[in-house]
Design a protein around this ligand. Structure first.
Ligand SMILES: [Zn+2]
Length: 312
């Protein structure tokens, strides 16, 4: 059924620890992070380190999300929180990685090249390992929709994990563009993972003046000039890189559900806040979803797939 988050429905972790480092986009500081294997049912856990000591620990679930103004932040106090988790969460979610401990030697994740590709590479370098516990999925049972001005987003039932993300910008370079597709690890890798974050030169200058976005550069963002052209000499990686990056962001934001969802997520003129609020609306309505251990529908006999149908 093309969910791709396979290994016969068992939870996964990584085979071995792997470290990568780069610049924090907000602080401009160098940050090293290490991915460690973790036990079944431990989920994705971030630890903020000070030397060898963990000064805080957060499970990457929506109840732990503080600020979502510029990026997604885990925690509620700047002294202990961990910022800019969305691109690494997108990579983790899309690859079907369920359990992971991430040590962060700094206050935010490194921005790398502004996409999820370096995180995919790091995870694939060590590989996934199946654990002896079944994965749980969140199956959408009925539509859940939120609106804010002209923006909206909604979950609907669907036999797979599908994203339809449409953006509509005033500037002609971006305009109206959409990415629609069923998410599998290979679709994510080839169509979404390399799409970089983007911004407008006037906003970048304003952020710099306010002492924010200090690590932001043409190495990690697509920057659009005041006369509506891409400043980066290498140009765009995809003609619709903007819609693809917004889809990547949505994947990372919905990863905070704590389990893969079976359904379709659509959004129009959305962003981190809309994604977070849509997830909140879904989770606050227990009749809108069910937790299952198989991706096939209950009504359908599924013994050939080797996954027992298990009612919640
Ligand atoms: Zn992003």
């Amino acid at each position: 059924m093309g969910m791709g988050i396979g290994l016969l429905g068992f939870q996964t972790t990584i085979a071995n620890s792997v470290t990568l480092s780069g610049t924090g986009v907000h602080s401009g500081a160098e940050v090293a992070i290490t991915f460690h294997p973790a036990e079944a049912d431990s989920g994705i856990v971030f630890q903020r380190m000070d030397g060898d000591q963990a000064i805080s620990e957060f499970r990457a679930v929506s109840s732990q999300v503080g600020n979502t103004d510029l990026c997604t932040v885990l925690g509620f106090s700047p002294a202990t929180s961990i910022a800019t988790i969305e691109h690494v969460m997108a990579a983790i979610y899309a690859l079907g990685l369920d359990n992971l401990l991430i040590e962060v030697h700094g206050a935010e994740m490194p921005i790398m090249d502004g996409s999820s590709a370096p995180f995919i590479e790091a995870i694939e370098q060590t590989g996934l390992k199946a654990l002896a516990v079944k994965r749980r999925y969140i199956r959408i049972l009925k539509p859940v929709r939120i609106e804010s001005g002209s923006s909206w987003s909604e979950f609907t039932p669907y036999d797979g994990m599908r994203f339809e993300v449409e953006i509509d910008f005033d500037c002609p370079l971006i305009g109206r563009q959409a990415w629609k597709g069923d998410l599998t690890p290979s679709v994510f890798k080839t169509e979404l993972s390399r799409a970089r974050t983007f911004g407008f030169m006037r906003d970048v200058e304003r952020m710099w003046a306010a002492g924010r976005g200090l690590g932001s550069s043409l190495e990690n963002s697509v920057v659009i000039s005041d006369d509506d052209t891409v400043i980066n000499v290498e140009g765009l990686r995809y003609t619709d890189e903007f819609a693809r990056h917004k889809t990547l962001d949505a994947v990372g934001d919905l990863a905070l559900a704590g389990a893969p969802f079976i359904g379709c997520y659509r959004s129009y003129r959305g962003g981190h806040k809309m994604n977070a609020n849509a997830l909140k609306a879904l989770m606050s309505d227990p009749t809108a979803y069910e937790i299952v251990e198989t991706v096939t529908r209950r009504q359908r006999a599924a013994p050939r797939e080797g996954i027992a149908v298990s009612a919640p």
